[in-house]
Design a protein around this ligand. Structure first.
Ligand code: NAG
Ligand code: NAG
Length: 597
């Protein structure tokens, strides 16, 4: 039996805290009548109409940050934390002090919000749009709503902004994806399963509405936080009903392989429909999730008032650093309050450049805020940079990279499914060279027949760009979880190699793939195929004597962290197992194309 439909504002409480009014569990009705959102509203004490900063998401609006991820919470600067803090969201005492109402809402089916759970879906975005309109109409609201948050709370901003909800005045997506398929769950068509499993099993599943014992897990296997209920005052649900009331990303992404599957097609929207100001903040170290979407979002957003600013550092920390909070505040003050101290409302200009590029030079080390701060920022007018020289470095039989095609032929055999060590092709730069933009790589591959006469019908390409110093020692950058990461990665499933050049979003440096079932073209054995691999955007300054390595592999390699591609139904012996042959030679186009500036 489903739970009795909750009575209006059944859980509503108002608390007067020293610096703000805290309304807990305010009901936000949803038009379809099939669910209900509950939100926390944090308001300045003084009566008035204030602009709203809103987040809408899955991690439990009442789960204290300290319980969600205690070690991360310890590292947040004191002035950006309180007992009201929640993971990846703006801190209420700070923003209410600066004349904003902060609204934090559990999405339908999660935390305290009753209904069917389907994260990142069309339904989620339309619910979010309703919540924005609700915020704009409240007596305490000035009618202007801004969105600010990390990751999930960033990715959802693009999707909802494309629906143009009334009252939405600007968005500030901080390290969030824009494209469910290409950025998050299918890298080059290959299932990116391991992170989504971790995310679902630890951070989202345990927060489903109606779960008896809501225990978010801390990062790290088996580390449970304390229970965070009681949020399900209407009662709890048996397991079968919880299952019937949700769509599970770990299952859905296994069975839905193509972008024309209704599951994926319903998640597609047009970035060009976004007409509110956007400050897109991309993390150069987010090489498997928190980077591409911010860059492509900037490229495609319909508004003229758009900015792309790059940062580095661990995924959870920079958002709360004082200079970045100042940046967020100046942008929100301009678009939500009309208090424009920096010139945002004039559009991109010399005071607030369209692009603020992080210049990664030298080897400061990784996983420390002080190390990140040795990198400078440089103002730029556009992305990619107009002065880019796209330069091809051809793969040579001696494993170097050179600007001419090789003279000799060589076949390199790699065993599929990550069973061979990666092959490294190295370019040495005699003078200082900056790379900034979107690299690509073209590789000529075939699959061999197996001993029993059968053959694999597909192959997966995994490429990585690495930066070595003049001594040949690798320089690492800070990854999402503080782990050491290389410059960039790219992927391609050969059967999904078709490129749609007539799509206006296709660029030579950003090949556009539809990833639809119509595109599937399996491989014939012993036939060569040109595989053009999109590599995610990057920036680095290579010092004299420094090297760039193109690593070619058949599976995940160093730098993936938790973002592994190892789901058996997606990558298995029957489809992929066997020998992949890379064909180098004067008549084959094997190159790495670097954006040199
Ligand atoms: C990164 O630094 C944090 C402390 O700031 C530490 O807990 C963590 O283990 C470090 N991670 C790596 C991979 O070095
Ligand atoms: C290429 O993309 C365009 C625009 O999205 C679409 O209309 C067209 O059908 C696609 N072409 C093919 C061959 O699928």
């Amino acid at each position: 039996m489903p739970l009795p439909f909750p009575k209006p504002n059944a859980l509503h409480e108002v608390k007067e805290l020293p610096t703000l009014l805290f309304e807990k569990n305010v009901d936000i009705p949803l038009k379809d009548g099939q669910g209900l959102c509950r939100g926390n509203v944090y308001r300045p004490k003084e009566e008035g109409k204030y602009p709203v900063i809103l987040t809408y998401g899955p991690y439990g609006k009442d789960v204290p940050y300290a319980d969600f991820h205690g070690n991360s919470f310890k590292e947040i600067p004191d002035e950006q934390k309180s007992e009201l803090s929640a993971w990846e969201t703006p801190e209420p005492t700070y923003w209410t002090r600066h004349g904003y109402v902060v609204v934090r809402v559990d999405e339908r089916g999660l935390g305290s919000s009753y209904g069917f759970l389907d994260t990142m879906s069309d339904q989620t975005s339309s619910d979010f749009a309703e919540v924005i309109e609700w915020c704009a109409e409240q007596p305490w609201s000035s009618g202007k709503v801004g969105l600010l948050g990390i990751s999930y709370y960033g990715g959802s901003q693009w999707r909802v902004a494309a629906r143009k909800p009334k009252g939405l005045a600007c968005i500030l997506p901080w390290e969030g994806m824009t494209d469910y398929y290409r950025d998050r769950v299918r890298h080059g068509g290959i299932l990116s399963n391991n992170f989504v499993n971790f995310w679902w099993n630890n951070q989202v599943g345990p927060m489903q509405y109606g779960t008896a014992d809501k225990r978010p897990r801390r990062f790290g296997p088996g580390q449970f936080g304390p229970p965070v209920g009681p949020e399900c005052l209407e009662g709890t649900l048996p397991k079968e009903e919880l299952v019937a009331l949700r769509k599970d990303q770990t299952e859905d992404n296994k069975v839905n392989r193509y972008l024309d599957d209704p599951y994926h097609a319903s998640r597609v929207y047009k970035l060009e429909d976004i007409d509110v100001p956007v400050l897109s903040v991309a993390n150069l170290g987010g090489i498997l999730l928190h980077l591409r979407g911010n860059v492509v979002g900037y490229l495609e957003a319909g508004t003229k008032n758009k900015w792309l600013w790059f940062i580095s550092g661990r995924h959870d920390l920079p958002f709360y650093l004082p200079h970045f909070v100042e940046l967020q505040k100046s942008f929100l003050d301009a678009w939500l309050k009309g208090e424009d101290s920096r010139g945002w409302t004039e559009g991109p200009n010399v005071k607030v450049p369209a692009v603020s590029l992080l210049v990664r030079k030298g080897n400061p080390g990784f996983n420390k805020t002080e190390y990140e701060q040795t990198f400078a920022f440089r103002d730029e007018k556009e992305w990619p940079l107009a002065r880019t020289q796209y330069t091809k470095y051809y793969l040579q039989p001696d494993l170097s990279l050179a600007t001419e095609l090789p003279k000799e032929e060589k076949k390199i055999e790699l065993e599929a499914l990550g069973k061979s060590d990666p092959i490294m092709f190295t370019a040495t730069f005699d003078k200082e060279t900056e790379i900034a933009g979107h690299p690509t790589a073209n590789l000529v591959y075939s699959v061999a027949k197996r001993a029993d006469g059968t053959a694999p019908k597909d192959l997966d390409v995994f490429v990585t760009l690495r930066h070595l110093d003049a001594e040949g020692k690798e320089i690492f950058y800070t990854g999402t979880a503080g782990d050491p990461v290389p410059l960039a990665k790219g992927w391609l499933r050969a059967s999904l190699r078709a490129i749609n050049e007539s799509d206006p979003r296709h660029r030579e440096w950003l090949p556009r793939r539809d990833y639809e079932s119509k595109d599937v073209a399996y491989l014939e054995p012993e036939q060569k195929y040109d595989l053009l691999v999109e590599i995610w955007p990057t920036q680095v300054v290579v010092s004299p004597g420094g090297k760039i390595v193109l690593e070619v592999a058949t599976g995940d390699s160093q730098g993936c962290g938790i973002f592994l591609h190892n789901e058996e139904t997606d990558r298995n012996e029957a489809d992929l197992g066997g020998q992949n042959i890379l064909h180098l030679g004067p008549n084959d186009q094997n190159w790495l194309c670097l954006p040199i500036v």
